[in-house]
Design a protein around this ligand. Structure first.
Ligand code: HXC
Length: 258
């Protein structure tokens, strides 16, 4: 499908989705969020895709929700539209892993979108922030919840109350991103990481994603039980037999996703 606010390239089982509204630093408007939800769902259905990389431009992953589009709306309008609620739910429902590759600004809804992915790799010029407080509002697509789980209450509260930005080093130190790489290497590194994931057995990949997400969505006891049963269930797959046999035979595994 052709999109106007983003591009999708598929190569070697990896879909690279680039947000593409350069005139507004990739601000998230309703068209972009609708197209992104559709593009991730399409990648989820596509057998030629095993992992997704979501990125923006070098200057901005996304500078937040589109303030021009939002500014005149009433409570009733944003309530009835459930602004971006359905779209972000569809994006987080993607079963295949999504890596956010963040260069430049990831602010407001942009920071929230990155956090809604499975993990964040960032460039050394990345800047994260929840500056909605400066607009008289607060985060609206998960920021108060996800940032707090990533970096803890104290830093999250400070970020949301002051609107200050966090640089790449602080983001790595505080656990918001998995790794920082030089800006010029961000996309190659994100694609190489995605490719590494694409080479694994995809049933185990999907199960690992589900199990790690349980850590955010349930109690420790329930999460550990979910993991235990999922681990046991993987012994019903051919990939488990192949993976363990390959190790014992000192060769590379040939996973067949069954
Ligand atoms: C609409 C935006 C935008 C945004 C930037 N632009 N951010 N348009 N919505 N969020 C536009 C500018 O208006 C400008 O357009 C062009 O992009 C370039 O931006 P500049 O400000 O000129 O660039 P610069 O001086 O480099 O500053 C970059 C910036 C700044 C620091 C990122 O643009 C900024 O502070 N943006 C807003 C960040 C923000 O408040 N985000 C939170 C939004 S609320 P023109 O036409 O003038 O050239 C939110 C809520 C989420 O995200 C919840 C939703 C449910």
């Amino acid at each position: 499908m052709a999109y106007q606010t983003l591009t999708v390239e598929i190569d070697d089982y990896v879909a690279l989705i680039r947000l593409n509204r350069p005139e507004a630093l990739n601000a998230l408007n309703s068209q972009l969020m609708g197209e992104l939800a559709e593009a991730t769902a399409e990648a989820d259905r596509n057998e030629k895709v095993r992992c997704i990389v979501l990125t923006g431009s070098e200057k901005a992953f996304a500078a937040g929700a589109d303030i021009k589009e939002m500014s005149g709306k009433s409570f009733v309008e944003v309530y009835n539209e459930n602004i971006f609620g359905d779209e972000i739910d569809r994006i987080t429902a993607t079963r295949k892993p999504i890596i956010a590759a963040v260069s430049g600004y990831a602010l407001g809804g942009g920071c929230e979108l990155a956090m809604a992915c499975d993990f964040i790799l960032c460039a050394d010029n990345a800047k994260f922030g929840q500056p909605e407080i400066n607009l008289g509002v607060i985060a609206g697509i998960g920021g108060t919840q996800r940032l707090t789980r990533f970096v803890g209450k104290s830093k999250s509260m400070e970020m949301h109350l002051t609107g200050r930005f966090m640089d790449a080093a602080e983001a790595e130190r505080s656990g918001l991103v998995s790794r920082v790489v030089p800006a010029a290497k961000l996309i190659p590194e994100a694609l190489a990481t995605a490719k590494k994931i694409a080479e694994k057995g995809q049933i185990a990949v999907a199960t690992a994603k589900e199990a790690v997400n349980r850590a955010y969505e349930t109690t420790l006891r329930e999460g550990v039980l979910f993991e235990r049963r999922s681990f046991q269930a993987l012994f019903a797959t051919e990939d488990q037999k192949e993976g363990m046999a390959a190790f014992l035979e000192k060769r590379e595994p040939q996973f067949r996703d069954r």
